[in-house]
Write a protein that binds this ligand. Structure first.
Ligand code: PMP
Length: 356
């Protein structure tokens, strides 16, 4: 792992914040230039947050079974994706590999960091194209010079926008084939019946698994993401993240949600039930051609005319995502599974849609 890191990160002396220097309990804190007054009457809002989110990570271990020593939290998993790029990819030299169609932010963060993007597209039915992947990885390895190499490979499982998760043995196979860092983005993992890649960490120290509180845990506004990886790798992530990347209110919200895991479990069940109903009903509509199988809380749906139907729904105050421009997604809308009433409104609108 060390030799895959950017030199500046490998040699980094991390910023040492006040709360890194002193970790015990004290009565008078005059170490961090904070203001002793609390104008918003929110306990501790005047104090810097715990830089290592210890309480949340302990609870994450207890509730989600993700080992305390192997986690680092981010300001959403978006921050963790960006940090991965900044850790491993030398701007203007190194590259990462995507399997489109996939989550759009990977490429945007790569562009921002001046990291080249290579692609091995999924097959038209959104499966990993192993012959092409093998071929690509072999060629990349053969053509490596001193001037940069492929550092990261992103697998989004369940994949956004297609909705399908990849079987664990396929994720394992990618880890075996690739000699860089494999990142498995499990933002939608909770909605899937497929096994998590976390179980592969023992065998593959070059693997990073990402989770988020934004989806199943319904905390999108709190911005809490989790990276799970080998101890050595997470210690590097901890050293280069913004020292106080997660505010106390966000940490508290995550703790509250984790203490309420039973409710979250019930909520997950509701979404899965609605997902089944929505799929069955969508399939019966004249304007719907294909409802792609989903392991997530959304569907990719091929319709007769995506632009027209998108505008029609928007006119009725129903907003979905037009994904038609994504590879293999011609005339496709991405539709989030809403609550029963929202889904009924969507279905009624689509049933009333007459092609013009
Ligand atoms: N990964 C995937 C696949 C996503 O779809 C999203 C958000 N839509 C994210 C990561 C980012 O999530 P977060 O809110 O944790 O930054």
């Amino acid at each position: 792992m060390r030799e895959l890191l950017r030199k500046n990160i490998a040699n980094l002396t991390p910023y040492s914040c006040a709360r890194n220097d002193f970790t015990g309990e004290a009565e008078v804190y005059l170490d961090a230039n904070e203001n002793w007054q609390d104008f918003v009457k929110k306990a501790d809002a005047n104090r810097y947050p715990d830089p290592l989110s210890v309480a949340v990570r302990k609870k994450v271990e207890e509730v989600l079974g993700l080992p305390f020593s192997k986690t680092v939290l981010g300001n959403g998993s978006d921050e963790l994706i960006d940090n991965l790029l900044r850790c491993f990819c030398e701007p203007g030299k190194d590259s990462l590999l995507l399997m489109p169609p996939t989550y759009g932010a990977y490429k945007v963060f790569a562009d921002i960091n001046d990291v080249q993007v290579s692609s091995v597209p999924l097959t038209p039915d959104f499966q990993i194209d192993f012959p092409s992947l093998l071929d690509f990885l072999q060629r990349e390895k053969e053509n490596r010079s001193g001037e940069g190499r492929l550092k990261l490979l992103f697998i989004c499982s369940p994949n956004n926008p297609s909705g399908n998760a990849f079987p664990l043995d396929e994720v394992r196979k990618v880890c075996e084939l690739f000699d860089g860092i494999t990142v498995v983005d499990e933002a939608y993992y909770d909605f899937s019946e497929k096994e998590s890649a976390v179980g592969l960490l023992e065998d593959f120290p070059h693997l990073v698994v990402l989770r988020t509180f934004s989806k199943c845990w319904a905390l999108a506004s709190a911005r809490v993401g989790i990276a799970v990886a080998d101890e050595e790798m997470v210690s590097v992530f901890r050293s280069m993240k913004y020292p106080y990347n997660l505010g106390t209110p966000s940490q508290e919200l995550a703790l509250k949600a984790l203490s309420n895991a039973g409710e979250v479990e019930k909520g997950l069940h509701l979404i899965k039930e609605e997902r089944e109903r929505l799929a069955a009903e969508l399939k019966m509509l004249a304007c719907v051609q294909t409802v792609f199988p989903s392991d997530a809380n959304f569907f990719l749906v091929r319709v007769t005319d995506a632009m027209e139907i998108y505008n029609y729904l928007a006119g009725l105050g129903i907003i979905v995502r037009n994904r038609s421009k994504e590879l293999h997604c011609g005339n496709c809308l991405r539709i989030t599974v809403g609550n029963r009433e929202e889904n009924d409104r969507l279905l009624a609108a689509l049933a009333a849609y007459k092609e013009r």
